[in-house]
Ligand binder design. Structure first.
Ligand code: ZN
Ligand code: ZN
Length: 239
């Protein structure tokens, strides 16, 4: 009976693709239409073993990308679900700048469709990248925290949303070079409770990785506070 009622409701108000609004009448269990799904570039090997940048072809064991050869990362590895373009980019924009927080559910739903490269069993804590309180007031929510909590619910790993704090306001990073971004975020994060991090393996969570400066700065602070290792997971990454 319940199924029939749902069927009727779906017929009158067909569920819509969260990414483009197309009717999903043919498959009402999906949250994304086949067109949007096709337009997502999920990241899969071969990739840089450190920063997760996808390589166009197999480069041999341990081959690092150009960026990793020239940089000192505090995190062990970074991985992302998809390339920051197309429906993922659109959805992240709507989420962050238009407050469409319901999109988080659909974005997290994509985890099932991506390459399963995160061994969640090797982490004790999920730590979302925090927003400065001023930014949090403007936006009303932290997209990384919503994402971290959703991953926490799926994996059973504790998500500690207030362990890391943004203590210094930094201007938006758009249009800044890697060097400028590094300077921009330097000293802007702090661990609120080092006791909660000591000896822990942390998976740092954010929505997008661009040059890696923000996650690197956060990872450095977590290590200073005593974390035994920090890896990074973002929904998307710029390539
Ligand atoms: Zn769609
Ligand atoms: Zn790399």
């Amino acid at each position: 009976m319940k199924g029939t009622v749902k069927g009727l409701i779906d017929l009158i108000f067909p569920p819509l693709c969260a990414f483009c609004g197309t009717s999903l009448i043919e498959d009402n269990t999906a949250e994304i239409c086949p067109g949007c799904l096709r337009d997502i570039r999920f990241i899969s090997p071969p990739l840089c073993p450190t920063c997760g940048l996808p390589f166009p072809l197999e480069m041999g064991e341990g081959h690092l990308c150009g960026q990793c050869l020239g940089r000192q990362w505090h995190f062990g590895s970074a991985r992302a679900l998809g390339v920051y373009e197309g429906p993922i980019r659109e959805a992240i924009h709507l989420l962050k700048y238009k407050g469409k927080s319901f999109l988080t559910k659909s974005l997290v739903g994509l985890l099932d469709r991506g390459y399963p490269f995160i061994d969640y069993g090797s982490y004790d804590l999920l730590v979302p990248v925090p927003l400065h309180p001023k930014r949090l007031r403007e936006r009303g929510f932290n997209q990384a925290l919503i994402l971290g909590r959703a991953i926490g619910r799926r994996t059973g790993i504790a998500c500690e949303g207030f362990l890391l704090k943004k203590i210094r306001w930094s201007p938006p990073q758009i249009n800044l070079s890697t060097k400028e971004r590094e300077k921009n975020v330097k000293g802007s994060f702090a661990v609120a409770d080092p006791g909660a991090v000591r000896g822990k393996r942390v998976l740092l969570i954010d929505d997008v990785m661009t040059t890696g400066s923000t996650v690197n700065e956060c990872a450095g602070e977590l290590l200073k506070a005593g974390a035994v290792g920090v890896d990074v997971f973002t929904l998307a990454r710029a390539v």
